[in-house]
Write a protein that binds this ligand. Structure first.
Ligand code: NA7
Length: 543
């Protein structure tokens, strides 16, 4: 075990100082930081390359909804100066190329075991080591066990009867074939209208002979305003990126592209509210959600933005009946992830694109030739499931994790995830989650939140090793308080009003509770700093 910074590791073979699960943005940066400390680290990754989300989500139109100049690592000037983004919102292939650029530049791949899924992890109390097993039969052990498994990585195909009878091909947006799919001349059924459906449908419709979209919930969507980046804006950001990232960490969402207007809607003149929304809507991106301060706090305030958004959306669709079906009416705007689209609503003006409202015409089953809904068969040669993920907990619980005294994480979290700060869970010493449930994670720029967690975990491990401290584990009291706090903060917002994946509502039987911490990256970061400065208050440090 390395005991000081840059000390060479004394471990060998299958004994590591730290084992990390996942080689997306989180696992890559965690590996880099711990290796810099001289730790012997192994990463296990199910895919055959780095990238995580961006490795798996190769569906047509996949694109980040955070601007590329902010959606990159902010810890190294050298890295950012060696990379040039081409578009305001980067498409999946470009992000994956960037991740490979980083992995090669930092020589990360030699410590990643690809094509290997961790299946179980057991904490051995006498030795204080985590013992892991993989689907390839590997066994390895380490003092620290770090889940860098991402928040949206357990793709979910809904349990619809008859899928095995379907004679055509079917796909899930979250595990798309690597050589792509050509829909030319085919009839395609798309189930799901979240971000993945909204991004892919226009492109599928460009190729296919016919597209039938099955919509369960109409979502709020606004034009992304994607465009090529100019040389000037790239050059300007290069000189400020590292400073900008410090700033981003003090904001609510980890984004500096726009500011939240703190004025409440009632404090502004109605025409000023409208002007603010208009400017932000036209500019594209999530800025719209920051038009005034109480949008996520009261129904009355939210209705102003929701009405504005619906009017904008409606104007893009020619047929009034279809426009009505596409209008989100069952949740406040922003309580489900706002979608950024490129030509989504206009796609329904095309004669070869049909919309089926499964609230009125429920999907009954998949048949040999297509999808049966509301008593009618919709023939299709291919089905695309854009049906989302078992978010935030799915990938963590896919590993059978057993902590102290035989406590299984799956049992402990049966009624919903319980963490202290989204970083650790009582009963599981030296286990860290990167952007786990109970942290801002999916409500923020993920890379900013990832770096915040990785930096904190790295400092923590460094303090433990240099102080000869064997274990760190959240106390049940601190965890209870944090879980209660997350719930209290969420209850002050409108978020719990939507049947969203933030609430676990998209997975039948999953406990309903608001999983991310909605207090903001800045506030949360202050709490992290306080905890570390107070000798890891709320954690028990063991010999
Ligand atoms: P989402 O946002 O979870 O969207 C999944 C969509 O699939 C959504 O419209 C669901 O309707 C729909 N769905 C799920 N199950 C069914 C069934 N059984 N029948 C019909 N429709 C169904 O996932 P995405 O991949 O689009 O986006 C995930 C995140 O990635 C996104 O928020 C960004 O952060 C990036 P529902 O709304 O549950 O009624």
């Amino acid at each position: 075990m390395a005991t000081e910074k840059h000390a060479p590791s004394s471990t060998s073979g299958n004994d590591y100082d730290a084992i990390i699960v996942g080689a997306g943005f989180a696992g890559m940066y965690m590996l880099h930081r711990l290796r810099k400390q001289g730790l012997h680290v192994r990463v296990y990754e199910a895919g055959d390359g780095v990238g995580g989300t961006w490795y798996w989500n190769r569906y047509p139109g996949a694109r980040c909804d955070v601007e590329s100049l902010e959606y990159q690592y902010g810890f190294s000037d050298d890295l950012q100066r060696g990379w040039t983004w081409t578009e305001r919102y980067a498409a999946q292939p470009e992000i994956l190329r960037y991740q490979n650029y980083v992995a090669d530049k930092l020589d990360l791949k030699k410590d990643i075991r690809f094509n290997t899924r961790v299946t179980s992890a057991d904490y051995d109390t006498p030795s204080g080591l985590w013992q892991i097993e993989t689907d390839k039969g590997d066994r390895a052990q380490a003092r620290f066990f770090i889940m860098a498994t991402g928040c949206l990585s357990a793709a979910r195909v809904p349990d619809i009867a008859g899928l095995e009878d379907f004679k055509g091909k079917w796909y899930h947006t979250g595990s798309w074939p690597h050589d792509g799919v050509d829909f030319t001349g085919r009839r395609v059924a798309v189930i799901g209208t979240g971000s993945s459906g909204i991004q892919s449908i226009p492109i599928i419709a460009e190729q296919a002979d016919h597209v039938t979209v099955f919509q369960r919930t109409a979502n709020f969507t606004l034009p992304a305003g994607n465009r090529p980046l100019s040389e000037e804006e790239i050059a300007a950001r290069r000189t400020t990126l590292l400073e900008d990232r410090k700033h981003a960490r003090t904001t609510a969402g980890g984004i500096i592209a726009f500011e939240y207007n703190e004025a409440l809607s009632g404090e502004m003149m109605p025409e000023d509210v409208q002007r603010e929304m208009e400017t932000r809507w036209t500019g594209g991106g999530f800025a719209f959600l920051g038009s005034y301060g109480d949008m996520m706090a009261t129904t009355e305030a939210n209705d102003i933005a929701a009405d504005f958004a619906r009017a904008k959306m409606k104007a893009r669709v020619k047929e009034p009946e279809i426009a009505d079906t596409l209008m989100p009416n069952d949740h406040p705007v922003g309580t489900k992830r706002l979608c950024l689209d490129t030509g989504y609503l206009e796609t329904f003006n095309e004669p070869h694109v049909d919309l089926v409202n499964v609230r009125e015409l429920p999907i009954e089953r998949i048949a040999e030739k297509g999808v049966l809904a509301g008593g009618k068969e919709y023939e299709a040669d291919a089905i695309v499931f854009a049906t989302g993920f078992d978010a935030m907990t799915g990938a963590i619980l896919a590993v059978d994790i057993t902590g102290r005294d035989g406590l299984r994480l799956r049992d402990k979290w049966e009624a919903g995830p319980r963490t202290y700060l989204g970083l650790g869970s009582a009963g599981f010493p030296n286990l860290f989650f990167i952007t786990g449930p109970g942290s801002p994670s999916v409500l923020s720029n993920m890379i900013v939140s990832i770096e915040q967690h990785v930096d904190w975990i790295t400092d923590c491990i460094s303090r433990l090793t240099s102080g000869n401290i064997g274990t760190i584990e959240a106390t049940p009291e601190a965890e209870d308080e944090w879980v209660a706090h997350v719930n209290e903060v969420a209850a002050e917002t409108l978020y719990p009003q939507a049947n969203s994946w933030y609430m676990g509502a998209n997975v039948p039987g999953k406990p309903r509770l608001f999983m991310p911490y909605p207090g903001g990256v800045g506030v949360y970061g202050e709490k992290l700093d306080e905890v570390a400065a107070a000798d890891y208050e709320g954690f028990r440090l063991g010999a």
